[in-house]
Design a protein around this ligand. Structure first.
Ligand code: 2P0
Length: 327
């Protein structure tokens, strides 16, 4: 009997970043991180261990057949699921994202969270969310957080058992305004760039050390429902991560001139009284943390002042969902 399982997951944006692995093979991060899962950013993935095609896994992502590292990462993940389920049969995997690449939110986080849920169900396994979170981590670090909705804490841990995410109670109603200045592919992958930063940046140890305190401050701010305090530490943590990357040898610079334009505009808006704080991931685009009530107006002002960018509003969204299982 072949089981076909479909699952979906939203992507997430880190407020306190993950950048660097203490253990590459198990994907144990150096620091714990905090993120917001975004609604309307689901990747939906269907898996069945049906023999694949030509004796190999058949993988289709957004209608195309990936090659190279993209394919290898999926196959390696399926191998992990097969070894846990005690099976060897190749699979068929079809994945599609509702978010266009141009939205600046294309992320392995949603992809591997959905794959973890679909592949385990297709393999006849029933994992709870914590176990799924641990497993998704092996596909892509940030995927460990996309198992859950809303505000999510990824405990770095020290081994496979202790490195997992969990939801954080939050009475804040934040939103993210996503400002895409370039939809081009990144020049260096996160995996490579974080390894290079750890290995060569004299600023990396300082960032990692500061990040532990940043997380404590961020969680305190969440408990106190203090968005300005949260926003300040969010922006500092991201800029510190980029400072560490920029200090790598040779340097890793994801920013474009427009990235600085947006950062500067966010500062000016803050001086004008808007509740806005910037964060930037492994790319040139800027995500602006604000309140749910202010998000539309913030987006309108940003569209007016940065007309070359594509700006959209995202609200918190839910965790991984099994959509369908058929046998
Ligand atoms: C984050 N990023 O916390 C950080 C901030 C990007 C910048 O997680 O090597 O694609 O697959 O674990 O998860 C991107 O890293 O890297 C990321 P791998 P991943 O969201």
């Amino acid at each position: 009997m072949t089981i076909t399982a479909t699952a979906s997951a939203n992507t997430n944006i880190a407020l306190i970043k993950y950048w660097g692995k203490a253990d590459e093979s198990l994907a144990i991060p150096v620091t714990s991180s905090l993120s917001l899962t975004l609604g309307g950013t689901r990747t939906t993935t269907t898996v069945s261990f049906d023999g694949g095609a030509g004796g190999e896994d058949a993988v289709t992502i957004n209608g195309a057949t990936p090659g190279g590292t993209a394919r290898e990462r999926v196959v390696r993940f399926l191998d992990l699921v097969r070894s846990r389920a005690g099976m060897t049969i190749p699979a068929s995997v079809t994945s599609s994202s509702t978010v266009p690449l141009a939205a600046g939110l294309a992320s392995s986080a949603a992809g591997f969270a959905a794959l973890a849920a679909a592949a385990t169900r297709a393999a006849g396994m029933r994992l709870d969310e914590r176990a799924l979170s641990r497993l998704a981590r092996r596909g892509s670090g940030s995927a460990t957080r996309s198992i859950f909705g809303g505000l999510v804490l990824w405990n770095a841990g020290v081994d496979d058992e202790t490195s997992y995410a969990e939801p954080v109670d939050c009475d804040l109603t934040p939103a993210m305004v996503v400002v895409v200045v370039s939809a081009g592919r990144k020049t260096i992958s996160s995996t490579q760039a974080m390894r290079h930063t750890m290995n060569t940046s004299p600023l990396y140890p300082a960032w990692a050390e500061a990040s532990r305190e940043d997380l404590r401050v961020a969680l305190d701010a969440v408990r106190a429902r203090d968005l300005p305090r949260l926003g300040e530490v969010v922006e500092s943590n991201a800029l510190g991560m980029h400072a560490a990357m920029i200090a790598s040898r040779p340097s890793v610079v994801y920013w474009l001139p427009e990235t600085l334009d947006v950062l500067h505009t966010v500062r000016v808006m803050r001086d004008e009284g808007f509740p806005v704080w910037a964060t930037i991931d492994a790319g040139p685009n800027v995500k602006v943390l604000t309140t749910g009530e202010d998000a539309d107006q913030v987006a309108a002002v940003l569209r007016d002042r940065i007309p070359c960018a594509t700006t959209s509003v995202r609200y918190p969204g839910g965790g991984v969902r099994v959509e369908e299982v058929t046998a």
